[in-house]
Design a protein around this ligand. Structure first.
Ligand SMILES: Cc1cc2nc3c(=O)[nH]c(=O)nc-3n(C[C@H](O)[C@H](O)[C@H](O)COP(=O)(O)OP(=O)(O)OC[C@H]3O[C@@H](n4cnc5c(N)ncnc54)[C@H](O)[C@@H]3O)c2cc1C
Ligand SMILES: *[C@@H]1O[C@H](CO)[C@@H](O)[C@H](O)[C@H]1NC(C)=O
Ligand SMILES: *[C@@H]1O[C@H](CO)[C@@H](O)[C@H](O)[C@H]1NC(C)=O
Ligand SMILES: *[C@@H]1O[C@H](CO)[C@@H](O)[C@H](O)[C@H]1NC(C)=O
Ligand SMILES: *[C@@H]1O[C@H](CO)[C@@H](O)[C@H](O)[C@H]1NC(C)=O
Ligand SMILES: *[C@@H]1O[C@H](CO)[C@@H](O)[C@H](O)[C@H]1NC(C)=O
Ligand SMILES: *[C@@H]1O[C@H](CO)[C@@H](O)[C@H](O)[C@H]1NC(C)=O
Ligand SMILES: *[C@@H]1O[C@H](CO)[C@@H](O)[C@H](O)[C@H]1NC(C)=O
Ligand SMILES: *[C@@H]1O[C@H](CO)[C@@H](O)[C@H](O)[C@H]1NC(C)=O
Ligand SMILES: *[C@@H]1O[C@H](CO)[C@@H](O)[C@H](O)[C@H]1NC(C)=O
Length: 656
């Protein structure tokens, strides 16, 4: 008898199911270790039949004929080109996908009176209410960092939209709404055989434009949401239990799953709607428990993957180990498309959090008098307080396995506001107060806290994952990250520490005139906490030495011209270099960094780069998977409209 869950899935899948799919479901019932339903429904030679556009590729042959192809095609085939598929071919492609092909209109079109989709009420919804719904997250085109798309169809006030046109810009031309490995395989084969740009989108959260691209076919993984508890999956030296997630599962859904299984722990991103499997794990993936349990990439025990030849393979420590190495930290959208992932399951843990807030203000009543905030009147005292916290916190995340999460915002009155939360694992409130006491003592000795200021309060403990607010709250923004992973060595030497704080202060103070703010997370994801098989993965070596992920949050106007963006970029590079200069040889976290990072190969991948490039060449000799600053992406570049740096609004062509 099929379980209730399986019956529901059968009904859900019914429209697209043929007889071959029905036999896969039988296989799924008999052995849950085979993967998810999405893994089990795969493309066969029979499905391909005489439709050669979706035939598999041959990696060995491709590797042998590279030079011939290079003369052949300068750019990926673009809409309007002679080689762009005929409508009939798109229809046949759609039929092979059981109708899962979409040609979506950009959501913001409803705000443009000249656009056929114009709808004033819907535009008001986008501007006022969409954020508190799942609208943006369920939209197949939306990319949260909107500048990466070219900002060609922003949801905007109708008065401002008057006289402007909404265009597709960097949004993909077609989208495959994938729910099975088979959908992904067909799309991979079609894009490769037709020479079309392929993009892979999960949640569209990427800050560097790695899930969007003009004239592309997009594979949208959002609806691959199956979950599975695997109580007896313990390969190699791993002794715990496991869980398997479809690649569309978001962080809050991981927590929902762990709550439903007695509060077990699965490491997931801090951001609720970030993909729990996709780019987060591909790029490393930090979280509040990282100092104790490792990065996202350290959790992976096995992956189901569709590779550039269109085949479905398993990657684990014993099967395709080179692919397994690369997919865990070597960057998303590079070596293959993850369909499902088996993660470590840890025992339940509690989190206990304490906050500290300092406001630098010369005004008699500071602009943001937050409750519990300490007002500091003197800039040197304020920066002394910030420095005392950061140095202390860096040490306690190592010693007590916690996390520091902080911001420094410029204030309207010329001052700054520093806020931070320090989080500890499996510690009582009293223990946390004791751990923090030396910091409060030194803040008093330095005159940052006065006798009148009480110690910051510590909140009650909660189960990790239990306090998620659900899957809403994120919407398109115009942030551009500039960041640096500052190493542990900077904490261990007074002179290096003084230079580090001087750099943070100088960069942050520049943000007052330049309209950016400072953000830092403090964690310690060493190889020791990564364990097995995590310690042997492709995570940026700079992460293993890291205590502070320091970020300059550059919120740009959404109507910048290419020239304005280039000028801004040049200035921001100078501020970021203040952080680079105090951390020679370190790097940056690809998922929260500038896609214009100079020498990004070293910064994002460090000494792993050469090995990753070999894996890339072996598994994707076509360079089908392309996204900015991913391994092996050097040979191609987007010719962006208006020269906007790192925008995906333009043709993808071979670099000159
Ligand atoms: C609100 C918010 C909160 C965040 N919080 C955190 C945090 O707490 N910790 C942290 O480390 N980062 C955080 N990030 C950064 C986050 O890690 C990156 O944005 C990451 O790229 C998101 O991956 P995604 O799959 O959700 O998004 P997408 O933009 O859909 O994908 C990102 C990249 O991965 C590729 N990709 C996606 N899925 C797959 C797949 N299945 N197989 C192969 N390639 C794939 C895409 O092609 C793209 O290149 C946050 C981002 C946002 C916007
Ligand atoms: C694909 O087919 C489905 C089902 O027939 C249809 O609803 C959809 O509009 C088609 N997609 C495109 C891009 O034509
Ligand atoms: C649109 O923005 C303009 C300029 O910012 C403002 O004057 C106008 O009131 C806004 N209109 C609506 C409908 O919100
Ligand atoms: C908008 O499109 C119309 C029709 O194609 C064109 O005439 C007009 O110049 C465009 N406006 C802008 C601002 O590009
Ligand atoms: C994508 O597929 C899912 C699952 O079949 C379906 O629920 C959803 O409505 C589809 N989305 C679009 C935009 O067609
Ligand atoms: C398991 O650990 C032992 C001892 O450290 C080691 O020799 C062995 O190679 C490990 N096995 C795997 C599969 O990594
Ligand atoms: C999971 O999320 C659903 C939808 O929000 C909710 O109804 C359910 O209670 C959640 N389950 C758990 C265990 O949190
Ligand atoms: C946290 O405490 C629980 C319950 O005592 C224990 O099972 C778990 O292993 C602890 N986890 C960590 C990371 O200390
Ligand atoms: C914190 O825990 C204490 C002791 O269990 C309890 O009395 C108090 O109500 C809790 N406070 C909050 C805000 O939950
Ligand atoms: C961008 O918008 C701002 C604020 O609405 C306006 O002052 C500025 O002139 C605009 N710039 C361009 C290049 O349109």
């Amino acid at each position: 008898m099929p379980s209730v869950k399986t019956v529901a899935l059968v009904l859900f899948w019914a429209p697209g199911l043929g007889t071959s799919a029905a036999s896969h479901i039988a296989k799924y019932n008999s052995d849950s270790l085979n993967g998810l339903l999405a893994d089990s429904i795969q493309l066969t030679e029979q499905d391909i039949g005489d439709f050669s556009a979706i035939a598999f590729g041959d990696r060995a042959e491709a590797a042998a004929t590279v030079s011939q192809r290079e003369q052949h095609q300068r750019c990926r085939v673009f809409p309007g080109d002679d080689l762009w598929p005929w409508t009939e071919e798109w229809t046949r492609f759609n039929n092979s996908l059981d109708g899962a092909l979409l040609r979506p209109t950009p959501a913001g079109a409803v705000c443009y009176p000249a656009h056929p989709a114009y709808d004033a009420a819907q535009c008001q919804f986008l501007l006022r209410d969409a954020r508190s719904t799942r609208f943006w997250l369920d939209d197949s085109l939306t990319e949260l960092a909107q500048w990466t798309q070219g900002s060609t169809c922003l949801a905007t006030n109708e008065t401002q939209a008057q006289g402007k046109n909404c265009t597709r810009g960097g949004f993909p031309e077609y989208v495959v709404n994938a729910t099975t490995a088979k959908h992904v395989q067909i799309a991979v084969n079609f894009a490769r055989n037709k020479g079309i740009r392929l993009v892979v989108k999960n949640t569209g959260h990427d800050f560097g434009g790695r899930s969007v691209g003009a004239g592309s076919l997009s594979i949208w993984l959002h609806h691959m949401k199956e979950t599975q508890r695997l109580p007896s999956f313990s390969p190699g030296n791993y002794t715990g239990t496991a869980a398997r997630f479809g690649t569309g599962v978001e962080a809050w859904e991981v927590s929902n799953f762990t709550a439903a299984h007695g509060g077990i722990t699965v490491v997931a991103p801090g951001g609720n709607t970030v993909g729990g499997v996709g780019g987060w794990v591909g790029g490393g993936g930090h979280s509040v428990v990282t100092s104790t349990l490792g990065l996202g990439a350290d959790q992976v025990l096995s992956l189901g993957v569709v590779t550039a030849d269109g085949r479905y393979v398993t990657a684990d420590p014993f099967t395709n180990p080179d692919l397994f190495f690369a997919l865990r930290g070597g960057g998303g959208a590079t070596y293959g498309i993850i369909i499902s992932a088996v993660y470590k399951v840890h025992p339940p843990i509690t989190l206990t959090t304490t906050s500290l807030s300092l406001t630098l203000s010369s005004a008699s009543s500071p602009s943001i008098p937050a409750t519990g905030a300490v007002v500091v009147r003197n800039a040197d005292a304020f920066w002394t307080g910030v420095g005392l916290y950061y140095r202390f916190c860096g040490r306690v995340v190592e010693g007590s396995g916690g996390q520091g999460f902080s911001y420094i915002y410029p204030q309207a009155d010329g001052g700054f506001r520093f806020t931070t939360t320090s989080t500890f694992l499996n510690r009582s409130r009293d223990e946390v107060s004791r751990i923090m006491q030396p910091l409060y003592t030194s803040l008093r000795q330095a005159g940052v806290l006065t006798a009148a200021d009480a110690d910051p309060t510590t909140r009650n403990s909660s189960i990790y994952g239990a306090s998620r607010r659900g899957g809403t709250g994120d919407q398109p923004v115009n942030t551009r990250y500039r960041s640096r992973l500052l190493p542990r060595a900077n904490w261990e030497d007074d002179a290096r520490w003084t230079a580090t704080m001087a750099a943070i202060r100088a960069a942050t103070e520049a943000g007052y005139d330049e309209n950016f703010y400072f953000h830092a997370t403090l964690t310690s994801p060493t190889r020791e906490v990564a364990g097995w098989p995590g310690a042997d993965n492709a995570v940026n070596p700079a992460w293993r030495e890291n205590l502070m992920h320091a970020m300059l949050m550059d919120v740009q106007p959404d109507n910048f011209t290419g020239q304005q963006a280039r000028a801004r970029d040049a200035r921001m590079q100078r501020y970021t270099s203040l952080l680079r200069d105090v951390s020679p040889g370190a790097g940056a976290y690809i998922n929260e960094a500038d896609p214009g990072e100079p020498e990004w190969q070293q910064a994002f991948f460090g000494s792993n780069y050469a090995r990753l490039l070999e894996v890339k060449r072996a598994w994707d000799p076509w360079q089908l998977f392309w996204a900015p600053t991913t391994v092996g992406s050097e040979g191609w570049a987007v010719e962006a409209v208006d020269g906007y740096p790192n925008s995906q609004n333009g043709r993808l062509c071979r670099s000159a």
